[in-house]
Write a new protein. Structure first.
Length: 293
């Protein structure tokens, strides 16, 4: 099992990222869960390389690698490739982060509009992470991120996917049930110690622009710990942000994953049968290949 969730890669957020517990893992090897410190930046490109190393290791051991997680950009890098964006100098990245922390996404969106109107038009004024990325690229290279995105370096699973060796499944439960479950899960996280987890993270004094500091639930609980909002408001805000994020994920799955097989999570028998059939066909194909060698 290989993690494809951008928050579950961080050691600091076991509870709030819903990282699998030891009992959840059930003796199955789990990779890329809690492997990075919160002070690190895990880009899609970095995750791609880490994931492909684990995929290759699984293949070498005769195992079937299973990638699981809701970060669509991560999965896309493996299947569709990466835009060939040059490395951004630390000085440029640090300057953009500091500017974002001081002035906020709306102001930087206006800066981006003056330098790269094409990208600014594509991004919401509140999308701080993507605005920062687009701004640092145009400042460092003088070119729009959209120019780099027009060409892609093949991903590690691009050829395997084209050959039909990748089974792509999207779990899409009924929306009301999904919202109810996420709301309840946050209450359970709080009962298990999520507030203390965020307290320890906040005490590190990390850059607020780092991904780990923007994880669902973290900003609201940080505000509560700082005394700017009460606990009930923090919980309500975190739940609402989680529901909004789940809605965006579902939209992404519908629009960007047209060829994926979709399950609502209720018909477990059908879901397992689909997977079993694919594995059976894959094994038959492998056996046929061996006979012709």
């Amino acid at each position: 099992m290989i993690n494809a969730d951008s928050m579950q890669v961080y050691k600091d957020l076991h509870l709030l990222s819903a990282r699998p517990s030891e009992s959840d893992q059930g003796g199955v090897p789990h990779k890329l869960f809690g492997v990075l410190d919160g002070a690190e930046l895990c880009s899609a490109a970095r995750w791609h390389d880490l994931a492909m190393a684990e995929v290759s290791r699984a293949w070498e051991q005769g195992c079937l690698p299973i990638l699981v997680g809701g970060t669509g950009l991560y999965i896309r890098t493996l299947l569709e490739g990466l835009a060939p964006v040059p490395d951004i100098p630390d000085a440029v990245r640090d300057a953009v982060r500091s500017d974002m922390a001081a002035r906020g996404p709306q102001a930087l969106h206006e800066d981006l509009a003056s330098l790269d109107p094409a990208m600014a038009q594509k991004l919401e004024p509140g999308d701080s992470q993507r605005i920062a990325r687009a701004l640092e690229v145009v400042r460092a290279t003088g070119q729009s991120l959209s120019d780099f995105q027009k060409t892609r370096i093949p991903g590690g699973l691009s050829e395997a996917d084209k050959a039909g060796h990748v089974l792509k499944l999207a779990l899409m439960p009924e929306r009301a049930m999904l919202y109810a479950r996420t709301d309840q899960r946050f209450i359970e996280m709080m009962a298990q110690g999520a507030l203390e987890e965020v307290r320890q993270l906040a005490q590190r004094g990390l850059d607020p622009a780092l991904p780990v500091m923007k994880a669902l639930g973290v900003p609201a609980l940080v505000d509560y710990l700082a005394g700017s909002i009460d606990k009930a408001t923090a919980i309500d805000l975190a739940q609402r942000q989680t529901r909004n994020y789940a809605k965006r994920q579902m939209t992404w799955l519908r629009t960007q994953c047209a060829g994926w097989q979709r399950f609502d999570g209720q018909d477990r028998t059908h879901s397992l049968a689909t997977v079993d059939h694919w594995i059976e066909q894959r094994e038959k194909a492998r056996g046929s290949d061996n006979l012709h060698r």
